[in-house]
Design a protein around this ligand. Sequence first.
Ligand code: GDP
Length: 365
Amino acid sequence: ALKAGIVGLPNVGKSTLFNAITQAGAESANYPFCTIDPNVGVVEVPDERLDKLTELVVPNKTVPTAFEFIDIAGIVRGASKGEGLGNKFLAHIREVDAIVHVVRCFVDENITHVDGKVDPISDIQTINLELVLADLESVEKRIDRSKKNMKGGNKQYAAEVEVLEKVKEALYNDMPARSVELTDDEKVLLRDLHLLTMKPVLYAANVSEDGVANADENEYVIKVKEFAVAENAEVVPISAKVEAEIAELEGEDKAMFLEELGLEESGLNRLIKAAYRLLGLYTYFTAGVQEVRAWTIRKGMKAPQAAGVIHTDFERGFIRAEVVSYDDLVAAGSMNVAKERGQLRLEGKEYIVKDGDVMHFRFNV
Ligand code: GDP
């Protein structure tokens, strides 16, 4: 499963949010591949299309696709120099696919702010600086090594040094590596460095419970949004405290509570959806009478790799896929009608899977 790491300064509401995530968490029986770790919360990705397919097929069971959130506690000023949990914390960030950066946008005299006042931009910059410094160290080390290797006359290293210098320049100016425009080839050269500031970021603006319905008017949220635009990052206003309460409710109670708060859906759902968008993820479906299920793939994956998400055997033995788009299937009302209409296609190894494809794989064992 894909992973997003939750980071932020102390006392901004990370644990509160993470607890809401684990409370709302998925039944792990459906997701044996997910990590079992107290710092990992598995959530199901909400998707209305899955409900519709369930109505249509009436399967024995319906399984949404899952997503992992990882609580990466412990960043403080000086982490890149080993302060606090320092390097251990940074190593955890290297392993995630995206970063959810929680920033404090609530005022509460009783809750100490590490820097003495609520200032989300300064909080963001504090954390970003640690990430930039850690990356700068990795980049400089690599430049030294590549320069030595260059003496052997290998052109590959010259190209590497060139792109590393570009990234170093940005880092020196406090800009994340993801702000540097790079070609695909250049990105490949950087890949094994696992730069922290290359990862996509989403800011979760933690607002107070009474401000949650008008979060867009919150002065701190407005500032975070302005900041995020410049970085090409997304902002999701959320109240960690409210999410913790919502996570304890179910069905009708949950719907009523959301309505009272003036919300259409929980902040957690919005956060999950935003993380999904941020990572450029698609969903395809399998729809049999035993099970209707959603699966996550990366944009651009071909049919065999998409099949491999279900099982490696499906990828290895891939022959063909029967594909109907979600819209066609729903309009047809059943698989048979879709077939009669000629909307069920046979696709081969080169087929690039689309978001919403309903697929059935044929494979050799
Ligand atoms: P962490 O250090 O970032 O993990 O922060 P915590 O989740 O432990 O939160 C620190 C304190 O802030 C706790 O006492 C929380 O109850 C409180 N807190 C978190 N979110 C909110 C909020 O939206 N409003 C208020 N008033 N307090 C909050």
